[in-house]
Design a binder for this molecule. Sequence first.
Ligand SMILES: [Ca+2]
Ligand SMILES: [Ca+2]
Ligand SMILES: [Ca+2]
Ligand SMILES: [Ca+2]
Length: 374
Amino acid sequence: MDRRTFSKLVAGTMTAAGIPGANAAEGHPAPSAGRNAASIVPPSGGSDAWEYVILDAVPPDMTQTSGMAAADIDGDGKTEVIVIGTGSMVWYRPSTSEKGIVAHGSFGVGVALEDIDHDGRKEIITGKNVVASGKGQEKWVLYWYKSGANLSDPWTEHVLDGETAGHPHDLVFANLDGDGGRNLVANAMYCDHPGLFAYKIPSDPTGTWKKQMIQSGLSAEGTATGDLDGDGREEIVCGPYWFSAPRAGAFSGQAWTTHALAPDFREMCRATVIDVTGDGRPDVVLVEDEYPDGRLAWFENHLKSDPSHPWVEHPIDAPLNYSHTLQAWHDPGTKQVQVLAGEMNEGGWDAPYNWDARILKYTDRKSTHLNSSH
Ligand SMILES: [Ca+2]
Ligand SMILES: [Ca+2]
Ligand SMILES: [Ca+2]
Ligand SMILES: [Ca+2]
């Protein structure tokens, strides 16, 4: 078993309570007027190494933010940020402070940026709530959005899947069928028939995307992909499960297989795949993301070396309060594994407002003490 420990840094706490100005602008009182009604205050308790920057205190036409993604969309070498929420989807170019509205509507959580038509510029893929039936069953449509010559030009909206089962909370691109092309993975949440689905991009992306069911019936979130078993095709992690394609192929129409990954974890998670041990096989990091007492752990991949006990759980930290963000990467200099977790100010299901939602960074101590564990 791999033994290592992670140091913990509170990179910031969001004591500024989000965006009191935005609440006021929408005619709602700030969550606690006495605490911070007038101004954005700096984060407290955080590291001096991190600077807290407000990208936009009042996103245009948006009453609540719910998802974001960042990438160089237009290929100019500068990163853009896409923010989706209730009312609108907005692009930002932080380097120039430019911004603009992509589209109006009630957007969800999942948003992906991918060059699906191979023109060198990324499109935006996200879900929009188009019907709330009044019986608690919403209708969500998956769309992709293509920019004009400039991001400030009107964007074009295309339907990707008009018949989703529910809220596409997680949207991830991966190589599922081993042909090198990228495929979309989307879950469907908060509905009568939750599930997980994959889509194949047609040669003309405005055409019909081939759809494959991965699972139906499990209400799991926290989707990531990686070649967990080393066969050259990516498998899917979703919540405490992972899923492998049938021999006939990822899009053969035959059933995928559901496997346990983290049987002690609850079904709502954030997930990321990274080789923590350095043995060439991807490991998995999970945090329970919709709970006040969420656990953060990494799972050591023994699919080949010990198939009867394929995942060894290594706790990193707990409790995390509605940690709905999770990222991991190798530090380019030290090669240490870095894990970033971000708590929400306001989780789902009427969670108490958290004035001190934290941004947490964990650093693997091991690669700086290579001889200490043997
Ligand atoms: Ca750019
Ligand atoms: Ca493109
Ligand atoms: Ca594989
Ligand atoms: Ca590994």
